[in-house]
Design a protein around this ligand. Structure first.
Ligand SMILES: [Zn+2]
Length: 251
């Protein structure tokens, strides 16, 4: 089991959509952070002297080879609004982020959410993922169909995990070494499948900043949602606020 050796706690932020929220009462409304709010949060990090980095760019910090004021920046699911609204801000500030995409539904919509009434919005297609990468950003893997891994057989889980890596590497012509568990759900056998597929890191929805000694294939993160204020952003990055949260957030 490989573990992190960072000298200071590193918050790894997780966003979903960067878009205006749907009307009150809509399911998963909290997972939309408005473009203006996102820009404010990134600017606040900059003012605090932090750089936001993709998981790939964060690796020397996780291994303890480098130190500095850094946060990890991740986006789950591969929404086109990440490219439209997050990428310009990241480019302007010299920040990078990792977008975890669902490889079998690129260019479609968040169909896995349809049955629970979540508004359907476009996901990045192949060309848009390449545009994201051309701007210095990173693509990670989030299974082929955004499945509940713990409800699937080992063979299906293996196909969802390693098949996603293969599909993305074929489409993008580059290695995809970073994975994210859909819904934050996994068991030790899924960690083994992720390792066997050749992934170097995997992120979860367990809440905490990343401390030294964290298993690289089960890295906790720090959620940022629609209502997260400037003050809460500061708390989440600078203090033990998130370290005290232990519950898993389904998303
Ligand atoms: Zn997801």
């Amino acid at each position: 089991m490989q573990v992190t050796a960072n000298l200071e706690p590193i918050p790894i932020l997780v966003y979903h959509q960067i878009a205006e929220a749907p009307p009150k009462g809509a399911p998963f409304r909290s997972l939309c952070v408005s473009p203006a709010r996102f820009r404010q949060q990134m600017s606040l990090l900059r003012l605090m002297g932090y750089r936001a980095l993709s998981i790939g760019d964060l690796q020397p910090y996780l291994s303890g080879e480098q130190t500095g004021r850094v946060v990890g920046l991740t986006f789950d699911d591969g929404y086109l609004n990440n490219l439209e609204h997050a990428m310009p801000v990241l480019s302007e500030l010299g920040f990078t982020g990792t977008c975890y995409v669902v490889s079998a539904v690129g260019g479609k919509t968040n169909v896995w959410d349809k049955d629970i009434g979540v508004a359907q919005v476009p996901l990045m297609n192949d060309a848009q993922m390449r545009a994201w990468i051309s701007a210095g950003q990173e693509i990670g893997a989030h299974t082929r169909h955004h499945v509940h891994l713990i409800e699937k057989s080992v063979d299906v889980a293996r196909d969802e995990i390693s098949g996603c890596k293969a599909e993305l590497e074929c489409k993008l012509g580059r290695e995809v070494p970073h994975f994210c568990y859909p819904y934050g759900e996994y068991s030790p056998s899924h960690v083994d499948l992720v390792a066997a597929a050749g992934f170097v890191t995997a992120t979860t929805t367990r809440r905490s900043r990343c401390h030294a000694g964290t298993e690289l294939l089960a890295i906790p993160r720090v959620p940022v949602v629609r209502s997260t204020s400037w003050f809460q952003t500061w708390l989440k990055v600078k203090t033990t606020y998130e370290d005290k949260k232990s519950e898993r957030v389904k998303a």
